[in-house]
Design a protein around this ligand. Structure first.
Ligand SMILES: Cc1ncc(COP(=O)(O)O)c(C=O)c1O
Length: 465
């Protein structure tokens, strides 16, 4: 795919190339039969879950930059950045060097001791935070960091009730974060945590209260707060948000919304918690997603490509919130939370973001992709909306623009076509729909590779009409 063929040649070559039925696949000298291994040895996934249907997908053997390579020798442009952990490019040389160095010096260390890499990371991250955010602690996954952020807010305020958007997603591995996640079916979870309620997401393309911005005067928020106030059984603690709701279909609140949310939180003694798993560290064209609204949260959770593919997450907070929470008994940790290997990778990822001006790269990619789709949309009724920022972009497909009927079948066609042609992406949407093409290319993707992906996408979309 990198052999200088024209984009169109490459697209048709790739479209013919593979049906991606893994079967028994050679991996070096090893032979793998994915279906047999999954049947006998793996805990399955329920049908319809977004991680279901694995048997039909390529088996990844190697990753590099913006590419994945499967066991059949096929290359794929990865416009999902893995599960967003690869947004700095897979196997970035600085991350690889950092891992090598840690492997020779110190991989694991007790979280009851300080270590050199942990200290460096606190300082480096602290200097990149938007004041008054200042202090941090480290965990392993995104879910960890959101759960610990909520706990911090509860200990800092003395409250318990928490609100989050009805199209938000904040984690899956734990009691609290899956309960905060309304973007997927909650009935999949046996039990949800108490003191958590949804507020309507400000989704202007599909307004939940059928209004038009700005004439609406944020009616969705007003209604939500009236309901929340009636529902609270205890002192409220926090409102948890994403600057752009990724899993819900790449939804950004309209101008002024976050200011109104901040006022609502302040009026109730609640802290504003931003989950910046998907919007932080350059992804939206700025270092932090909240810089677009200018509303700085009291607490911020950071994960995904923090660590450049190695799992590390952080809870960041103002000194005031952090210190009060600690006085009230707050702590959060995991056995591997402060491992030198993870902290060194975290530091390396921050160096890459600063030294390579990663936010600017994300902004260039955004501009390029949006221009392409704006042009394509002129002749293609299927493209209902183009939104998002940086390398967190959503293309919403609709059967016809007036009614905005979600084009789920067409979106699935696009996904399948792209995979066959060598481009990986994911589908997202609101409340069960999967009609938003979510594009998350690594921020280090070259313009030539972005163009290659856009050609495949155009062919896929035009063939879905
Ligand atoms: C916004 C957001 N927060 C939290 C999480 C959970 O992160 P993890 O899967 O690392 O626990 C996700 C996962 O996709 C996410 O998108």
């Amino acid at each position: 795919m990198n052999d200088g063929t024209s984009d169109r040649d490459a697209v048709s070559m790739m479209a013919q190339r593979t049906d991606a039925s893994p079967g028994a696949a050679p991996v070096g000298s090893v032979s793998l039969d994915p279906s047999a291994i999954l049947d006998q040895w793996a805990i399955g996934t329920s049908g319809g879950a977004y991680m279901a249907g694995l048997e039909g997908r390529p088996v990844i053997e190697r990753t590099e930059g913006s590419y994945l390579y499967d066991t059949q020798g096929n290359a794929y442009l990865d416009f999902g950045s893995g599960q967003m952990g690869g947004a700095l490019g897979h196997n970035h040389p600085s991350i690889v060097a950092s891992i090598r160095k840690s492997a020779e010096r110190a991989i694991h260390s007790s979280n009851t001791f300080l270590n050199v890499d942990r200290l460096h990371l606190h300082e480096k991250l602290g200097k990149l935070l938007t004041p008054p955010l200042q202090k941090s602690l480290f965990l392993v996954t995104g879910s960890d960091s959101v759960e610990a952020s909520v706990d911090l807010a509860r200990k800092a305020t003395g409250g318990t009730e928490v609100l989050s958007f009805h199209t938000g997603l904040h984690g899956s591995t734990s009691f609290v974060t899956r309960s905060l996640s309304f973007a997927w079916e909650r009935k999949r979870h046996a039990l949800n945590a108490p003191s958590i309620a949804p507020i309507l997401a400000p989704h202007c393309y599909r307004c939940p209260v059928k209004q038009t911005f700005p004439a609406c005067d944020y009616l969705c928020l007003q209604v939500s707060l009236e309901l929340a106030d009636a529902h609270f059984q205890a002192k409220p603690a926090a409102i948890v948000t994403e600057p752009i709701m990724s899993a819900g279909g790449v939804i950004e609140p309209p101008p002024g919304y976050m200011q109104r949310l901040r006022e609502a939180a302040d009026a109730r003694g609640m802290l504003l918690v931003n989950d910046e798993a998907q919007t932080g560290l350059g992804k939206t064209g700025k270092m932090w997603g909240h810089q677009h609204s200018g509303v700085v949260p009291d607490v911020m959770a950071v994960s995904k490509h923090f660590g450049g593919g190695v799992p590390i997450s952080a809870v960041c907070a103002t000194a005031a919130a952090a210190d009060t929470a600690v006085e009230n008994g707050y702590f959060a940790t995991r056995s591997h939370a402060t491992d030198p290997l993870l902290c060194a990778a975290g530091s390396a990822s921050l160096d890459i973001i600063v030294n390579e001006d990663i936010p600017a790269k994300a902004a260039v990619i955004e501009d390029h992709i949006k221009r392409h789709f704006t042009l394509l949309a002129k002749d293609c009724e299927l493209i209902g909306d183009i939104r998002g920022r940086g390398v967190l972009l959503g293309i919403e497909l609709v059967e016809e623009r007036e009614r905005k009927t979600p084009a789920n079948t067409a979106a699935q066609h696009v996904l399948d076509y792209c995979q066959r042609a060598g481009l990986i992406l994911q589908l997202r949407g609101t409340q069960g729909d999967r009609n938003v093409l979510r594009l998350v290319p690594p921020m280090t993707t070259s313009v030539a590779d972005v163009d290659k992906a856009l050609n495949i996408l155009s062919e896929a979309i035009l063939s879905a009409r």
